[in-house]
Design a protein around this ligand. Structure first.
Ligand code: SAM
Length: 233
């Protein structure tokens, strides 16, 4: 196993680390809120009084977007996040690490089997995670639980995703808060070129009054995926 030789905080983003290994490679990492617990195949690395978890950009679109150079990352210590499409928790576990004990992650997932895995691997060990077995297309159904948040993060790979994301952001996002959305072109329209699908999804956010601040293509980490950050102005 290759060994880490140097660790530093990320130059732009709080709560994120960069680990350098003896072979010259570098990986992102976050400080675990649940030391000793692995969520996927990440490496656990002791550092000062913490345990870092390496963060794989091929498994997590947020890590890919950071490596592709997003300028803005509104997910930081203390952030409240509504996360649509938590699946078994790979990216949400790193978001939970970053926001720390003063942040909160409301995690929405509609597939019961996957949600069970999320609870077993992530929510059970992390006090800042609230799992919600619910359909993100119907935000009114969880409006009695979710409070106003700083970030609506969406990775539901659904046709009309931008519409559902804007519906959630209309309900739950604070003024000045941000949408972070992964667009999987092939889930939205298999017949259209990816760039057309991105344009359509982005225009929809704009028509709904959200100001698009950044768009990054996620290749080589994810083919035909884009990552969009927009603000509620
Ligand atoms: N965000 C996860 C990560 O990075 O670790 C991966 C999410 S996976 C690409 C998409 C997930 O969204 C699936 O688990 C799927 O069941 C869920 N999903 C799709 N449509 C949904 C909906 N309408 N409501 C809730 N969850 C949904």
């Amino acid at each position: 196993m290759i060994r880490p030789i140097r660790i530093r905080e990320h130059e732009k983003f709080q709560g994120i680390y960069v680990v350098e290994f003896e072979d010259g490679s570098q990986r992102l990492a976050t400080a675990s809120l649940a030391p000793g617990v692995k969520v996927y195949d990440e490496m656990l690395i002791p550092f000062e009084n913490k345990e870092l978890r390496t963060w794989n950009p091929y498994r997590s679109k947020l890590a890919g977007a950071i490596l592709k150079g997003i300028e803005l990352n509104p997910i930081k210590p203390g952030t409240k996040v509504l996360y649509l499409g938590v699946a078994s928790g790979t990216t949400p576990s790193h978001v939970s690490d970053i926001i720390g004990p003063s942040g909160i992650l409301y995690g929405v997932e509609f597939a019961p089997r996957v949600m069970r895995e999320f609870v077993e691997k992530v929510a059970k060990y992390r006090k800042n995670v609230i799992p919600l077995l619910a359909d993100a297309r119907f935000p009114a159904k969880y409006a009695h639980i979710v409070e106003l948040v700083d970030v609506v993060y969406a990775d539901i790979a659904q046709p009309f995703q931008a519409k559902y994301v804007a519906d959630n952001a209309d309900f739950f996002l604070k003024q000045g808060g941000h949408i972070m959305m992964a667009i999987k072109a092939m889930s939205i329209d298999v017949t259209a070129a990816p760039s057309e699908t991105y344009k359509k999804e982005i225009s929809h956010l704009e028509e709904r009054g959200y100001k698009v601040k950044d768009v990054k293509h996620l290749e080589p980490y994810d083919e035909a995926h884009a990552f969009v950050i927009a603000e509620k102005t």
